[in-house]
Design a protein around this ligand. Structure first.
Ligand SMILES: *Cc1c(COP(=O)(O)O)cnc(C)c1O
Length: 432
């Protein structure tokens, strides 16, 4: 990638330093609060705080401080329109129009809302299709929605099996799209292996069989570009606190394809009203003719405020450049891992083809839990452990440097060579 480095050792610290020098996104690191004493590789679980996100939160607090209730309609970011403003800022990240997105609720609540809206069992079409590697909260939501319809989830929730415990084959998913399936919910990027599913293909195949399809974008939005509208995805939902850096418990988002606007939300509430009608206080629900209809109650303004500043950074850096760096820096990490950590019991558990992988590297090891503990406590690297055997490492293009990646692999090597992990029990912590 960098021409004048051909004579350099590709695995050297100097090479990492040069990659940083040529990184056109390098300056964004200064926009974030980075702990100088540790290396953060967990941005796929909780993104770091940026100065702009902090500022937009302070601005919104200021409006409350100085304007009280008038903050709903006045000030820099009138709260009554904040969900829609943030939707317009998010839309380019998912390939949607502004009116197809809304910032609201939490990931799991939004999934409930969307399934309550789009799951309409009829005749023999009564089943929901998901996969056995899906995030547990999504599965719980699907199970409970089936129960609300009086169905036994053991029978009506189909979970496509993984052949190897890591990946899903699109062919297997398509083969499971039978005439009994009413709705499909799948991850865009799998949370463990980082596999990126072919959403365009799956949407086309689902529609060819008369099935609606939606995607969980928790591990994809802010990490890869999307074209939800072009791919004709019916709906999607995602959190904003992972790659989008909106802070712990930050308000989530959802997407509803324009062709479905006007459908009655499964769970209605007054914030789903047409904005001009909401304060008429009638008992007749006049729903918004946008994805805003899927809001329920008063938005969590303080949990949305950091997203204002954060999304500005994405607009400036652009998703295309972020993805380019993400692919490059994760490839670099995989090369270093192969070179430095061979014969130490690691298996690379993420896909290696660029079009099939998201933003993190997934390392499998029998001692993963305690390797993570040693990394964090002795080596000051913040990794992410996922039971039973996965170390997730996410070099985030906005704030991770190539030198961080180099250091991380060196310190991981030290943990292995000196068997530092043996000082810890191989068990996960409460929040892993
Ligand atoms: C992080 C994550 C969630 C979290 O859901 P919350 O409602 O925000 O707690 C759900 N699904 C997936 C795939 C995730 O990665």
């Amino acid at each position: 990638m960098v021409q004048d480095q051909q004579d350099l050792d590709l695995y050297s610290k100097e090479y990492a330093r040069q990659l940083d020098e040529h990184d056109e996104l390098a300056s964004y690191r200064d926009e974030f609060y980075i702990n100088p004493n540790s290396i953060y590789m967990d941005g796929n679980s909780l993104g770091l705080l940026s100065k702009r996100a902090e500022q937009s939160l302070l601005d919104v607090l200021g409006a409350w401080k100085h304007q009280g209730i008038d903050g709903w309609t006045q000030g820099q970011y009138p709260w009554f329109y904040l969900a829609e403003k943030l939707a317009a800022m998010s839309a380019p990240l998912v390939g949607a129009s502004a009116d197809e997105v809304i910032v609201t609720g939490s990931t799991t609540v939004n999934l409930h809302q969307l399934v309550a809206t789009f799951y309409k069992p009829q005749g023999i079409r009564t089943k929901i299709l998901a996969d056995e590697l899906n995030f547990p909260s999504d599965i719980y939501a699907l199970q409970s929605q089936l129960k609300l319809h009086g169905y036994d989830p053991d029978e009506h929730l189909i979970r496509v099996a993984s052949r190897d415990g890591r990946f899903l084959q699109e062919e297997d998913i398509i083969a499971a799209m039978t005439e009994e399936v009413a709705l499909i919910v799948l991850p865009a990027v799998l949370y463990r292996s980082g596999q990126l599913l072919d959403m365009k293909r799956l949407s086309a195949e689902a529609h060819a069989r008369g099935i609606l399809i939606g995607f969980d974008g928790c591990h994809s939005v802010g990490s890869i570009p999307h074209s939800f509208s072009e791919w004709d995805v019916d709906f999607a939902f995602w959190c904003n606190y992972k790659y989008l850096n909106s802070g712990p418990g930050g308000t989530a988002s959802l997407y509803v394809n324009r062709k479905h606007h006007g459908i009655t939300p499964g769970l209605t509430g007054w914030f789903g009203s047409h904005k001009d009608k909401q304060f008429d206080m009638e008992h007749q629900f006049h729903q918004a003719d946008t994805a805003g209809a899927f809001q329920i109650g008063t938005p969590n303004i303080l949990s949305m405020a950091p997203l204002i500043g954060s999304l500005e950074l994405f607009a400036e850096a652009t998703m295309e450049k972020l993805r380019q760096k993400s692919l490059h820096i994760t490839r670099y990490m995989m090369e270093l891992i192969k070179h430095e950590l061979s014969d130490m019991g690691f298996t690379l558990g993420n896909p290696t083809e660029d079009e099939r992988r998201g933003g993190h590297v997934s390392l499998e090891h029998q001692e993963a839990a305690r390797i993570c503990k040693a990394l964090k406590e002795l080596q000051h690297i913040v990794p992410d452990f996922r039971a039973p055997n996965i170390i997730r490492l996410a070099p985030v293009p906005l704030y991770t440097s190539y030198s961080d990646v180099w250091e991380t692999v060196q310190r991981l090597k030290a943990v292995m060579v000196d068997k530092q992990y043996e000082k810890f029990a191989n068990m996960r912590d409460v929040v892993a």
